[in-house]
Design a protein around this ligand. Structure first.
Ligand code: DON
Length: 580
């Protein structure tokens, strides 16, 4: 009897233990899921020192998700996919499924990669599509609403990156799905942006969208995006076809019909991201790997570095009057060339070799008078004789792979058109074309025939994801948003590090300036030292203060004392650096 009783008690105990285990594991599962529902705003880390790997993005949740993938054994490409997808959820002003971008990468075996997932003009696009019958631009048409959208490239880009990644795609997309499904806490800046754009969303969208609510948004409010979660689930199940075909494609085409849009099923089905040959060149014992056309970024960066090196900028001192004049005059030449010569190389012949050759650049930069402002009316493009929202991700892994991706919807929240039932925002990238010769775009840059609209053509970009190598190892991974200010911003960060030996933190955060040929005005960030501006005014330059330019995400790697990684997230936003 006693034995029987003991056996029964043991049995009961085992059952209880089993039930307890079940509850405990359910509790643990809940905790893991809950860790991907952010119910409070995660503070940003601005400087992170690491030994193994680092991720810098525009949002703490994206950096955290990328870091977790790296810790799980993923490489820089795995982390790049996850951070891009998470940004599309938690940073919807620029992170995207409905936009496009560029990647520059360095593989651990020493190979450099370049991927172009820039949007293209739809098949029905045509040269004068944003002009009225008198050939005058129709205000806002290339920037706002359905007709402003190019065919999105981001998802095609992600599946091209996947071939260099290691973990299963379903694991890489999961964090984004969780944040879309369960929500995340808005930062104060995000709440302000959504409140400011409420009327634009209401104007462009007939159906309710996740970004609009009756009462104003405030910091800490949870943004839940169930339609976006469903789209991400379709991509998880059907991969490329989960976006470019089937229900998502149907929703995009239906959305086009809600407005004046022209993207068709065929435009979507035919989109394919392109491998390109990166632009590479040496600069003072370093090797720069950057973005070629259809971005103007790499060409401008190369022109600026070569022209300023020719005049021995590093001997002039950081932001001395002499140094600033040299940079401005180099920028005058580079942006004049951009406006005249640059466009999609599949459609126009661009004299890249000449534009970036030593002799051409020397002759261009020799033309200005010291201490006297040049004049953009007198500076045309060179003579050739021959037949505000984007986001950047910088990543380095423990194996030596480095990834720099700049991706965009163009303006903040793109065209402000949300694809109904699919929950994502479409870009307004068509405005990066020259809608009419000489008419400035959103960023004040003008263009010409080379960047005129044609079906299936890519609009000229300024995005400049860049990796600097020394002894074929990555030492700098850098990039920024900022429209036409991107190349000058990347130029200033790189030269602050290489020429002026500045700390990575100062190279990112010290106030910058910008000049782009037209308008003939030098722009300054807040807190730019007044005495430096006065020197330029005395030389005859027009100067103007403006808001912050870009949000630079920088990783610097030093190999002298073992490997020391310094990851810097720009102070100008919620940007966050993570690493281990
Ligand atoms: O491709 C380009 O150059 C622009 N669409 C980038 C826009 C941008 O950086 C906006 N960020 N502030």
């Amino acid at each position: 009897m006693e034995k029987l009783l003991t056996a029964a008690m043991a049995n009961l105990l085992i059952k209880r233990l089993f039930v307890f285990c079940l509850f405990f594991s359910a509790f643990l599962n809940c905790k893991t899921a809950a860790s991907q529902v952010s119910t409070s705003v995660l503070p940003s880390t601005k400087v992170k020192l690491a030994q193994h790997a680092a991720v810098v993005t525009a949002h703490p949740l994206a950096s955290k998700a990328g870091l977790e993938i790296l810790k799980k054994g993923g490489n820089a490409f795995d982390a790049a996919i996850t951070t891009q997808l998470v940004l599309a959820v938690v940073y919807p002003g620029a992170g995207n499924l409905g936009g496009g971008g560029f990647m520059i990468a360095h593989q651990k075996d020493g190979k450099n990669l370049c991927l172009d997932f820039r949007e293209v003009a739809p098949e029905k696009a045509f040269k004068n599509m944003y002009l009225d019958s008198n050939e005058n631009p129709i205000p806002g048409l290339s920037q706002d609403g359905h007709l402003a959208c190019g065919v999105p490239g981001t998802i095609s880009g992600i599946f091209k990156i996947l071939k260099y990644a290691r973990l299963p795609f379903k694991d890489l997309i999961e964090p984004a799905i969780k944040y879309a499904q369960n929500g995340f806490a808005l930062t104060s800046d995000q709440a302000d942006d959504l409140n400011e754009l409420k009327n634009d969303f209401l104007k462009n969208n007939h159906n309710p969208v996740a970004f609009v609510k009756d009462n104003p948004w405030k910091e800490g409010d949870i943004l839940v995006q169930p339609e976006l979660a469903a789209t991400l689930n379709r991509i998880k199940e059907n991969r490329l076809a989960g976006f470019y075909q089937g229900l998502t494609a149907q929703y995009i085409v239906e959305e086009m019909k809600n407005g004046n849009g022209i993207i068709s099923y065929d435009d979507l089905k035919n989109y394919e991201a392109r491998d390109r040959i990166p632009m590479e060149f040496d600069y003072k014992l370093n090797h720069i790997v950057t973005m070629p056309l259809p971005s103007s970024g790499g060409i401008i960066l190369k022109q600026l570095l070569k022209m300023t090196a020719y005049k021995n900028m590093s001997s002039m001192g950081f932001q001395t009057p002499e140094c600033m004049q040299l940079i401005i005059e180099a920028e005058r030449c580079a942006y004049a060339d951009r406006a005249f010569f640059l466009g999609d190389p599949d459609f126009v012949k661009v004299p890249i070799q000449t534009l970036t050759s030593e002799s051409y650049l020397q002759s261009r930069i020799n033309n200005y008078e010291p201490h006297k402002a040049g004049n953009s009316n007198d500076t045309k493009a060179g003579v050739i004789n021959e037949s505000e929202e984007t986001t950047h991700i910088s990543i380095i892994d423990d194996e030596g792979n480095a990834v720099a991706i700049t991706t965009t919807l163009n303006d903040s929240y793109g065209s402000k058109t949300v694809v109904s039932k699919a929950g994502f925002i479409l870009n307004n990238e068509m405005d990066d074309f020259s809608i009419k010769p000489g008419v400035p775009n959103l960023y004040g840059v003008t263009g010409n025939k080379a960047n005129a609209i044609e079906p299936r053509k890519k609009m000229l970009s300024s995005m400049t994801p860049t990796i600097v190598l020394k002894d074929n190892k990555p030492v700098i991974v850098v990039g920024t948003p900022g429209g036409s200010t991107i190349p000058t911003n990347v130029f200033q960060t790189i030269t602050s590090l290489i020429d002026f030996k500045m700390s990575p933190e100062d190279a990112v955060n010290l106030p910058k300036f910008h000049f782009q040929w037209l308008p003939d005005v030098v722009y300054f960030e807040p807190d730019f030292p007044i005495e430096k501006k006065i020197h330029l005014v005395e030389m005859g330059y027009s100067v103007r203060d403006r808001g912050y330019m870009g949000r630079t995400e920088l990783i610097k790697i030093d190999y002298q004392k073992g490997k020391i990684i310094t990851a810097i997230a720009d102070k100008r936003g919620d940007d966050d650096a993570a690493g281990f």
